[in-house]
Design a protein around this ligand. Structure first.
Ligand code: PMP
Length: 394
């Protein structure tokens, strides 16, 4: 028998990935994934960008390149972070990663020894929890309400918990709840973090996908002590297939991430970075993001309208102002996994919410994605889901 490292006892394949295999069948109305709408990918334009890169600079595109990433792409990212997030930075403070997922993996490896504590929103992104688990931390979940993480709870936990080495947050259109932190909380959070001087990983894949409501500054833009490590990605604003994300942090911290990148994979794909950069120079990313926003805004509206009409009391749902997800809370006696089995018989899928809580519980919750289904299917699927919930009320 081969002997595995103890950390392997903690790692399981994500339940969502297993579920997605099941829900990939074309006859299933799936609210389970978190994928962008593929019909919006700019395929023809990408072909043009790709041909241009290979024609103009083919040998460099197929060669190894620097760990930090393609310089022009890092400049474009810095410009965009200023324009969209009010973050003043430059190319030297950006490291290109293989999606923001790799930034999550590096975050754990940079900051966590076994037994150290990570604070995170309750619930939080399952992919982050799984990435962090390889470093064998303890997860302490900070309670949340409709406005995001509750700052009084965060303060209480920080005052009474030892070995807190990292705080992981998704302040904009959170996965899985769709919730966004208001401005007051963002300021309060930075005050608390500055007091305790704990590094914060701000994960922001959805920030640009705001459909309504006012712009809110990224935590990184409020960071005066260099404590915030900002993770960005092209996955939701362009295409996840390139696997391109970035880490933006101050020098000392970014250098550690850079070592991690060298050790893990030397660099992100040269040609992928060059094609993405070329596409941004040749076409209009703002216009493209506006198209995505418009599509998801309509799909979200249809989902929320149908939920408002069909979801029985005492169930509740969130009303995200952007992003990809809404979150449903069922009566406590109801188990979303059992509900999922019943819904699959009706060819409707979603993700049971329990897996988003690293310490378990909350089986009466579920996550709904609205980016991937046409409007008529959303109405049909949500109606069937609500009907099944109604049949199972006590
Ligand atoms: N963070 C969050 C909150 C996510 O929802 C996702 C993807 N669903 C990721 C990170 C990873 O995205 P990627 O690696 O494609 O950038």
């Amino acid at each position: 028998m081969v002997q595995f490292a103890s950390r392997m006892d903690l790692l399981k394949g994500s339940e969502i990935r297993e579920l997605l295999k099941l829900t990939a069948r074309p006859d299933i109305i799936s609210f389970a994934g978190g994928m962008p709408a593929p019909e919006l990918f700019p395929v023809e334009q990408m072909m043009e960008a790709s041909v241009a890169v290979l024609k103009e600079n083919g040998r460099a595109a197929l060669q190894y390149s620097t760990t930090e990433g393609f310089p022009r792409l890092r400049e474009q990212i810095a410009e965009r972070m200023l324009a969209k997030n009010n973050i003043h930075t430059d190319a030297d403070h950006i490291l290109i990663t293989s999606g923001s997922q790799e930034g999550l993996d590096f975050s754990a490896r940079v900051f966590l020894n076994p037994g150290d504590v990570v604070l995170l929103e309750s619930p939080s992104y399952l992919g982050a929890v799984n990435a962090f688990k390889a470093c064998e931390p303890k997860f302490v979940e900070v309670p949340t309400d409709d406005g995001g993480m509750i700052m009084e709870e965060l303060e209480k936990i920080l005052a009474t918990t030892e070995r807190v080495k990292m705080i992981y947050v998704i302040p904009d259109f959170q996965n899985p709840t769709g919730r966004t932190w208001d401005l007051e909380r963002r300021h309060k959070f930075m005050d608390i973090v500055n007091k305790y001087e704990i590094p914060v990983v701000e994960d922001n894949p959805y920030g640009e996908l705001r459909f309504e409501g006012e712009f809110l500054p990224a935590l990184k833009s409020l960071d005066t002590k260099g404590l915030v490590i900002y993770l960005g990605t092209f996955s939701k604003i362009l295409a996840p297939g390139y696997r391109l994300g970035w880490v933006c942090a101050d020098d000392e911290i970014l250098a550690k991430y850079n070592f991690m990148k060298q050790a893990a994979s030397l660099q992100a794909s040269t040609i992928g970075q060059m094609e993405t950069s070329k596409w941004i120079d040749m076409f209009d990313l703002d216009k493209h993001v506006a198209t995505i926003r418009e599509c998801y805004r309509k799909r979200r509206a249809v989902m929320l309208e149908t939920l408002a009409k069909e979801l029985p009391e005492p169930c509740t749902f969130t009303r995200p102002e952007g992003g990809l997800f809404a979150w449903v809370v069922l009566p406590e006696y109801m188990d979303a996994k059992e509900l999922q089995m019943k819904c699959l018989e009706k060819k409707v899928a979603f993700v049971p919410g329990g897996s988003f809580f690293p310490n378990g519980g909350h089986e009466n919750t579920l996550r709904l994605n609205y980016s991937c289904m046409p409007e008529d299917k959303i109405i049909e699927g949500i109606t069937a889901l609500c009907q099944t919930i109604r049949e199972n009320l006590h």
